[in-house]
Design a protein around this ligand. Structure first.
Ligand code: DLL
Length: 432
């Protein structure tokens, strides 16, 4: 089913037209109501009326996370505070969070965007969805919650944590959909196994996962463990939270809600615009947001845009799985390494579980990388020859994919920290 066929299946020409009309409005509003944008435009002599075609968007300077931090908490808001009905925030690694505000219309559009991706994945009125994202300033819990309600799905706002209770609720309430991060879904599958809850003993059939990346291998593992179809969705607080894009049941890329968010791909270092099918940093412009319009926001997420019509009938541009972030790309002895590449090697290998951690250190001027990998059966730790064989095998596979030598350390089952939100895969000790 398609929730809003009129926009999700629009011809390219009509979508371009709609985007252009909306772009002009949002640029004008940002220029007139947000001193930050006015200053940036004035510095380069740009006026809202210079935006005549969609391509003209490239004249607008980028906005970055630092701009949000510098304008903490409310200086980027384009409407008076009395029009704001909701605040969310995203915690950065250091210092103050970034704050975003939504008007009533923004809330309506947000729910619509999330509802679309839920329907695209196969969710419907008869479902019962257990939301295991955290509720609070993080956009995951509330974002999905409102979208689910809009579809008419029964929502179980379990929030994250209390994992044994999650499994009990899932069985007693008959949850058919699980909504959370893929790493928490994986952890919950272990908890379920420990409690003796097997596939036929719950009703889950669908997963809506997002907030962090996971490789196709990890997806297959989660699908196998739960016996569900696992779909993925993407978003970020600065733009709206979840609801920027989501996969349909075909699982072949995330459909961008293009009537609300205008996507571009740029070369991260030069800022140069790239075309469809070229890998680069995703840049997003909000086309309808009133509370805090974002013009050309640099997401730091690396992906590829695909304009082909999907098998499901939707015509909107899809984005591939996020390959990594420009800031989580590790440069190890000059070679670019993404944690997702390591994950794709490890998950599904014999004897080892899907939990891992990457530790980066520095010896002199040399970067070293060590991958901690959990064994499924701790008994191997006692058999040196077998241990050595598994280790060698992983090392060899990593070398083939990464082109560098990584150390591998096999560790006891369940010794790597489990995540109930976004997993922390990389521990970078360089310079510490
Ligand atoms: O994670 C919003 C969200 C919540 C999206 C729930 C989907 C589901 P932030 O906490 O601001 O917002 O983090 C945004 O998370 O820039 C990506 O790097 C990463 N991210 C989110 N979804 C995906 C995904 C929410 N499907 C940052 N694949 C983004 C890879 C993702 N990375």
């Amino acid at each position: 089913m398609i929730l809003s066929k009129d926009v999700e299946c629009l011809s390219r020409k009509d979508m371009d037209q709609l985007q252009l009309e909306r772009l002009k409005v949002v640029v004008k509003s940002a220029y007139e109501n947000v001193p930050f944008y006015k200053k940036k435009f004035d510095e380069i002599g740009l006026k809202p009326e210079h935006i005549v075609t969609l391509k003209d968007i490239e004249k607008i300077p980028f906005t970055t996370k630092d701009d949000l931090r510098d304008n903490y908490p409310y200086s980027l808001f384009a409407v008076p505070m009395k029009k704001i009905v909701r605040l969310h925030a995203s915690s950065g690694t250091t210092g103050k969070p970034i704050v975003v505000g939504y008007t009533k219309n923004d809330m309506e559009n947000w729910s619509e965007c999330v509802a679309r991706l839920i329907v695209a994945a196969g969710g419907h009125e008869e479902d019962i969805a257990q939301v295991v994202f955290g509720y609070g300033l993080f956009t995951g819990g509330f974002g999905l919650h409102y979208g689910l309600e809009k579809v008419g799905i029964t929502v179980v706002p379990a929030s994250s944590g209390n994992s044994e209770r999650q499994i009990m609720l899932m069985q007693d309430f008959g949850s058919t959909i699980i909504v959370g991060t893929p790493s928490y879904a994986l952890y919950l599958s272990e908890v379920a196994a420990e409690m003796g809850v097997k596939k036929g003993m719950h009703k889950l059939r669908l997963g809506l996962f997002g907030g962090e990346g996971h490789t196709p291998e990890m997806r297959a593992e989660i699908e196998k463990r739960w016996g569900i179809l696992a779909t993925e969705n993407y978003g970020l607080s600065e733009i709206v939270g979840p609801g920027v894009s989501g996969e349909c049941f075909c699982q072949c890329g995330m459909h961008i809600n293009e009537d609300h968010f205008y996507p571009e791909i740029i070369e991260s270092t030069s800022g140069k615009a790239l075309g469809y099918d070229e890998k680069g940093e995703l840049v997003l412009t909000t086309l309808t947001k009133e509370g805090i319009p974002m013009l050309r926001y640099r997401t730091k997420d690396i992906t590829i845009l695909n304009p082909e019509q999907c098998k499901c009938g939707r015509t909107n541009v899809r984005m591939n799985k996020v390959l990594g972030r420009t800031d989580d790309m590790l440069i190890i002895r000059g070679v670019n390494v993404f944690p997702s590449q390591i994950e794709s090697v490890l998950v599904g290998m014999e004897h080892i579980g899907p939990h891992y951690q990457i530790i980066v250190t520095q010896k002199g001027y040399m970067d070293e990388i060590e991958v901690l990998v959990e064994l499924i059966d701790g008994k191997i730790l006692e058999k040196f020859s077998e241990l050595e064989k598994v280790e060698k095998d992983i090392r060899h596979k990593l070398k083939t994919i990464l082109q560098i030598d990584a150390k591998v350390r096999l560790v006891e089952p369940k010794s790597i920290e489990r995540s109930m939100g976004k997993a922390r895969r990389v521990i970078d000790m360089r310079g510490k």
